[in-house]
Design a protein around this ligand. Structure first.
Ligand SMILES: C[S@@+](CC[C@H](N)C(=O)[O-])C[C@H]1O[C@@H](n2cnc3c(N)ncnc32)[C@H](O)[C@@H]1O
Length: 264
């Protein structure tokens, strides 16, 4: 099975698709006629459903493997959507000041450029640099929607998290995962084991350790303001969701004129 398809079984088995879809529908309804990008669209999980429902979302991701699956999914749904293969580092250069809403969701920011890397090491500036690029792609006044793993997924929890087995596309899927801190490389390691009917699949991913304090600090360093947890921001225990805003003030500065002294 290709990785994209395997990852979808994982998502379907571990997330509350209905709840996330309703939540994102609410979000997009608040941005009618606005330019919106999902910059970590992956295989199109949820986002393709939203597009099918008539929402206009530009789709991008930095992983060719994920986008391959995205294209299969879009075709199967009869949607003519072409995703962009785009690293977050190139967002500002490709789309300067373009978007009203930039979505980086589904526990994506923590994987900043280490998603497809088998033996990654941490780059201490990576999160801020990527956030700066997202900032550059937003219009002044535009919003970033971003999430991080829920607190209980902290590595010191140790042990294995077992998700309740669930039927996905007619197959029984059991998922368990171990999350371990790797302080020597500044990352955490996710080992995921899935049983799909009688077949066993395993995959490993590495991510940055990003809690709320670190996220807020990184957002501030990138220039974001109005950093707020989204109300009811725990999505079925998996993600903590935040919004942050690119301030309007830079625009106002452009129009500001030095006050002329009035001759006395
Ligand atoms: C955990 S997956 C989530 C995908 C999707 N949002 C979902 O909910 O299924 C994280 C995604 O972030 C993408 N990603 C990580 N670092 C990236 C980067 N620097 N630029 C673009 N995409 C990146 C990966 O390719 C991957 O598709």
């Amino acid at each position: 099975m290709e990785f994209g398809e395997l990852f979808e079984f994982y998502l379907e088995a571990c997330s509350d698709r209905k709840q996330v879809t309703e939540h994102l529908t609410d979000l997009l309804s608040s941005f009618p006629e606005k330019s919106v990008i999902d910059c970590s669209v992956g295989t199109g999980f949820i986002t393709l459903d939203l597009i099918q429902d008539g929402y206009n979302v530009i789709c991008a991701d930095g992983s060719a493997a994920m986008l391959e699956r995205f294209e299969d999914n879009a075709a199967a749904m009869g949607l003519d959507v072409k995703p962009l293969l785009l690293n977050w580092a190139d967002l500002a250069g490709t789309f300067p000041n373009v978007f009203d809403l930039l979505i980086c969701r589904g526990n994506s920011l923590v994987y900043a450029s280490v998603w497809d890397d088998d033996r990654p090491s941490a780059d201490s500036g990576a999160i801020v640099e990527h956030l700066k690029s997202m900032y550059g792609a937003l219009k002044p006044g535009g919003f970033l929607y971003v999430d991080i793993p829920a607190e209980h997924k902290e590595p010191d929890l140790g042990g294995r998290i077992r998700h309740t087995p669930r039927e996905v596309r007619g197959r029984m899927v059991s998922v368990s995962e171990t999350i371990q801190a790797l302080p020597e490389v500044g990352l955490r390691r996710w080992d995921i084991r899935m049983e799909i009917d009688d077949e066993v699949f395993e995959f490993t991913r590495h991510s940055y350790m990003l809690d709320e304090a670190r996220l807020r600090h990184a957002l501030g360093q990138a220039g974001f303001a109005e950093i707020m947890p989204l109300e009811g921001n725990m999505l079925r225990d998996h993600y903590q969701v935040f919004t942050a805003r690119k301030p309007l003030v830079n625009v106002m500065r452009r129009f500001a004129r030095p006050v002329q002294a009035v001759p006395g």
